[in-house]
Design a protein around this ligand. Structure first.
Ligand SMILES: Nc1ncnc2c1ncn2[C@@H]1O[C@H](COP(=O)(O)OP(=O)(O)OP(=O)(O)O)[C@@H](O)[C@H]1O
Ligand SMILES: [Mg+2]
Length: 1024
């Protein structure tokens, strides 16, 4: 069965590649013929290619210009509508023509790049501070890799196969279209290195190259983006997109569209990094000290739990001695585990497979039927920790201890539903009194839920986050996240949802201010903006399903240029970490004797330091590569191939850096990789292995594991413990068996699937927001650029008036209608009650629109078209920014609260979608009304009298925080997003649902995507 599968896989990739082989020949024959050309003739090719594209697109471009010109004239509404459609059509057509032309040009363009490389051989230039001599001419497999990238797919090419060079081929080709090509790297160093290393090719061919670095200001960035080709990290690209949608004038925008992106290390970017969104936030007005206030109470709780668990573990140990008390022992073990999963004594006890298995068996009994009986375990505790789901639940006992002398209900949420119906049912209260009472209940609810949230985040900080593992505290008292994948400190990033403040409170350092989201996007949705997306990495295949499902990206595995000869040994497994580390040190000593260099990969800074200490004791010189030295990291890794070198690096630090073997190293077996733990994802392990055996070099890799490793502890260790027992493994002994390696891979697969689930859910939530963001950003861009703006204003006016008429017509309330028109628009509607009756709803609205339009024209004449235009721009920008910011906050609240609904067996995502849609429609209504208000009512005489859009203020970079949360722990971040049935769902009651008014006929912008998330235009969906 497996074999058949393998063959199928094999043959799919083979088929993909075989189709490309004739093109390789074509490229190579052009390449042969180009050898005879002069340098200038080769350079001339770029001009020639561009001319060809220009020629092919001439007709469509002409029609596009015509259509745009038409919009500038005063044509009737229907005609404008159809012109917008026409423009959309022509743009689609253009994309198609460009695609076809580039496909035709591919063989020649690739050959031009290859020939350029050949001409550069032997030349030397500076790359990220080092002198480098060019020695690369693309191999045939690299040409194939380049074609796959051009097709908008993922090229899986083994580590060290030269993907940096591969990318230049499709970049050159696609840059010919003049719309900008982006190459996305995982860090600034690689962006700089690659732009300088490869830049010469493009410059030789007359294209410009830019590179975005974190330190650059907007004007510098704009220059980089204007280049034909731009290198930069995913964070920089994403944040620039968000910032571009916060600026006050078009001149402040830096990007010029999203045409084609190639993502290097695509699995790292689109999978690992994509677990959390990019967020730009600014400080909120009020500071709060709630974490500090709650800390003493929580510490009391944590200490009480600690003593309790110590006793439970001791009791469990006693029961374990007694055959008849096995069940009791199981219950106690489970209780201890739920009380303090990281308890040292418990971990030690679990190192022996049997107690661990007993606990897990007991756990599965109590987990049955949605954990119906779990409370029997938890009730004795002060709080219960669910390590796998990363969530914490307060118990009754815990609540009481927390409350102490204060009100016993201090940490109990009021039951809103009951309270409200009690108030409603109270006949002695007037409606106003009822409203006041209801507001009080809501306020109480909000206070308590805030307090509980604070406590839960603090508990998490104490029970699930360990210093020097998940985070470090710097000398100046800052809590910094350690990137789980690279081990680097993540500057400026903070855990979301109050967790960071909770950790700061726990560590006794200054609790930084809470901030409010000003803009946010997930990487998934950022990269979906590109017309064409491609990626490359050494490790995509294990995640091929996800790439396809989320990004519609196909993975094509490309064979290596030379046969890979690295030897990957089976894993060796020890009982305890201590034995494992000892074995690692022994291995290093042996390798050193042979002068074979070794790169030791670890999963945390702590492990790196442990190994380093042990090596120091033995007097073995070595380099440690972790957070503290991250600037030098690439250089250290680069030198890891020198004879007898020992380098320790957190698992993926140095992804993408090249390790060259020193003299004599080949003969002793090349670079040896030692893994000190398996990572939760197989890709990460493969990346580590891939530092060795590059370009057909010799090399080897081996992983050292122990039953105490997190991965084995949490997943699949039963099985492995079973195997080890059957083999009769004793303390100090090691086993090495393919069965173990397979079990571990199965465990990794389980975690990978779990994480895929989390990412998919995050995306489902963000997709709702994404549609809304597109609508708002489009509206904002219209305002900013002044395009479409008048159309927007008039369609807003139509909607607003329709809505007013709708409100007043049935009641026959002509006076109210007149009043509203006057108050909101300064428009005086002359109409008799008879006319009101006879005209009908539509007629009245039409008349009102006519009068309003006349007023508008008069005003425009009076203050001048130019000032009117500025006024409109200012009004729209200001209103949009204020309302959108508010909306983001409400959406945050909604997301936080929505999982409480899981109670009523409702699907939270459906609830979220429905409510988010209503909130959005309401916001659009408000934007329209307020913007119209300003446009009609403000009478500035000069531009200077115009109030400035309020957006300018938070745009000072120093005030903004860019965050892209690192994933933490072993990747179980179940409660980052609303999850069914987590702590809050059990300890809280659903909040009162806000009743949202749906304004019939409030329009979003007919050509914008519908905010309901259907992907259709608004006019073809909810706007029909
Ligand atoms: N056509 C070529 N001819 C000679 N050397 C090459 C060629 N292509 C790549 N190399 C060499 O291969 C090494 C690895 O290149 P590069 O760092 O681009 O690989 P990579 O595929 O990006 O690896 P990783 O997955 O680790 O990022 C470099 O030293 C480079 O000089
Ligand atoms: Mg690379």
């Amino acid at each position: 069965m497996l074999d058949i599968l393998k063959k199928m896989f094999g043959s799919k990739h083979e088929r993909d590649i075989r189709q490309l082989l004739p093109v390789v020949e074509e490229i190579n024959s052009h390449f042969e013929s180009y050898k005879a050309l002069s340098d200038d003739e080769i350079k001339g090719k770029t001009v020639e290619f561009k001319e060809r594209i220009k020629h092919e697109t001439e007709d469509a471009n002409r029609r596009l210009t015509e259509a745009r010109e038409r919009l500038k004239t005063d044509i009737p509404f229907e005609q404008r509508e159809s012109t917008y459609d026409e423009i959309d059509e022509i743009e689609k057509e253009l994309t198609e023509i460009i695609k076809e032309t580039l496909d035709e040009l591919l063989p020649e363009a690739f050959a031009v790049v290859k020939e350029t490389c050949r001409r550069l051989v032997g030349q030397m230039w500076e790359v990220a501070g080092n002198k480098v001599v060019w020695d690369m001419v693309p191999f045939d497999v690299q040409l194939i890799g380049g074609m796959v990238l051009h097709q908008g797919k993922i090229s899986e090419m083994a580590t060290g196969e030269g993907k940096t060079l591969v990318a230049t081929l499709p970049m050159y080709l696609n840059a010919l279209a003049g719309r900008g090509v982006h190459l996305v790297t995982v860090n600034d160093y690689l962006a700089l290195r690659d732009s300088q290393w490869m830049g010469k090719i493009f410059e030789f061919l007359g294209l410009t190259v830019g590179c975005i670095l974190q330190t650059m200001d907007p004007p510098q960035r704009r220059i980089q983006y204007a280049a034909d080709i731009t290198y930069g990290t995913n964070n920089e690209f994403g944040f620039d997109y968000l910032r571009d949608n916060m600026v006050g004038t078009p001149d402040d925008m830096v990007q010029r569209g999203h045409y084609y992106a190639i993502v290097d290390e695509v699995d790292s970017v689109l999978i690992d990094e994509a677990r959390t969104p990019l967020i730009i936030s600014g400080p909120v007005e009020v500071d709060d000290q709630k974490f500090g206030e709650m800390k003493p109470r929580v510490e009391r709780l944590v200490n009480a739990q600690r003593s309790l668990v110590a006793k439970v573990v001791a009791d469990a140990e006693a029961f374990l001695q007694d055959e008849k008390k096995v069940d009791e022992a199981g219950v106690l073990l489970l209780r201890a585990y739920r009380g303090a999963p990281k308890n040292k004594r418990l971990t030690k006890l679990f190192a022996d497979g049997a107690p661990k298995k007993l606990m897990q068996d007991t756990e599965s009994i109590y987990l049955a039927e949605q954990s119906k009986r779990m409370h029997e375990i938890d009730d004795e505790l002060f709080f219960a920790v669910d390590e796998k789901n990363h969530s914490i639940d307060l118990t009754e006992k815990g609540r009481e201890l927390l409350a102490g002398n204060s009100d016993a209900d201090f940490f109990v949420l009021p039951d809103i539903g009951t309270e409200v119906s009690l108030i409603e049912g109270n006949a002695s209260m007037s409606p106003e009194e009822k409203q006041i009472k209801k507001d009080e209940v809501n306020k109480l609810y909000a206070e308590r839920s805030d307090r509980i949230h604070t406590v839960l985040q603090l508990l998490k900080a104490y029970s699930l986050y360990e210093k020097d593992d998940e985070y470090v505290v710097t000398e100046d008292g800052k809590v910094m996240i350690v990137d789980e994948f690279t081990g680097r400190l993540l500057h400026g990033r903070r855990y979301s949802d109050g967790l960071h403040q909770a950790i700061e409170a726990k560590e006794g350092v200054t609790v930084e201010r809470d901030t409010q989201t000003l803009a946010t996007v997930t990487l998934q949705n950022y990269f979906r903006l590109y017309k064409k997306l491609a990626g490359m990495t050494g490790t995509a295949e294990t995640e091929a399903a996800e790439f396809f499902e989320i990004y519609k990206l196909d993975v094509v595995c490309i064979p290596t240029n030379k046969k890979a000869i690295r030897e990957d040994f089976e894993d060796v497994v020890y009982k305890t970490k201590r034995e494992k580390y000892n074995a690692v040190i022994t291995e290093i000593e042996e390798l050193r004797e042979k002068r074979q260099p070794v790169l030791v990969g670890t999963t945390s800074v702590e492990v790196s330091e442990t190994i380093s200490r042990m090596l120091k004791r033995k007097g073995i010189p070595h380099n440690v590569l972790n957070a503290k030295q991250h600037q030098r990291e690439a250089e250290i890794v680069q030198n890891a191939g020198l004879p007898g070198g020992v380098t320790i690096a957190t698992n993926m630090a140095g992804r993408g850096t090249d390790i060259k073997l020193g003299p004599g190293v080949r003969e002793v077996g090349g670079l040896r990789i030692i893994g000190t733990e398996r990572h939760e994802a197989r890709r990460i392990d493969r990346q580590l292995r891939g530092r060795s055996g590059r370009q057909g070099d010799p090399g080897s890799s081996k992983f050292f594991l122990s039953l105490e490793d997190d991965l084995l502890r949490l997943f699949g260790s039963e099985r492995i413990a079973g195997i080890m027992e059957r083999m009769g493994l004793k303390e100090g002994e090691v086993i090495q068996h393919s069965m173990i390696t397979k079990s571990i891979e199965r465990a990794q697969k389980k975690v990978e699937e779990n994480n895929f689930g989390i990412r998919k859910r995050l995306l489902e939530y963000d997709n709702v927001m994404n549609q809304q963001r597109e609508v708002i950003y489009a509206k904002r861009r219209h305002a900013l650029l002044g395009e479409h703006l008048k159309d927007d204003i008039f369609s807003m006016l139509g909607d607003f008036i329709e809505e007013l008429v709708e409100q007043h017509y049935e009641g026959g309330d002509l006076e109210r209608l007149k009043e509203d028109l006057r108050v909101n628009l300064l428009v005086d509607l002359q109409m008799t009650p008879e006319q009101f009756q006879s005209l009908g709803k539509g007629g009245v609205a039409a008349e009102a629109v006519k009068v309003a339009t006349e007023f508008y024209r008069r005003k425009e004449e009076k203050i001048g078209t130019e000032i009117m235009g500025s006024l409109e721009r200012m009004a729209m920008l200001q209103v949009i920014d204020v309302r959108w910011k508010e909306h983001l906050r409400e959406m945050d609240d909604l997301k936080e609260g929505i999982h409480l609904r899981a109670y009523g067996q409702k699907d939270p995502i459906l609830e979220y979608k429905g409510e988010a849609f209503n909130m959005f429609i309401e916001m659009i209504g408000m934007i329209n009304r307020e913007a119209l208000n300003l446009v009609f009512k403000l009478f500035p005489e000069t531009r200077e009298q115009m109030p400035l859009p309020r957006t300018r203020r938070p745009l000072h970079r120093e005030q903004l925080t860019m965050t892209h949360d690192a994933s933490a722990g072993l990747g179980f971040q179940g409660n980052r997003e609303p999850v069914e049935g987590n702590e809050a769902a059990r300890s809280a009651q659903p909040p009162a649902t806000k009743v949202q008014q749906l304004h019939a006929g409030t329009k979003v912008g007919r050509n914008d995507p519908c905010p309901c998330g259907s992907g259709k235009k608004y006019k073809n969906c909810h706007g029909r």
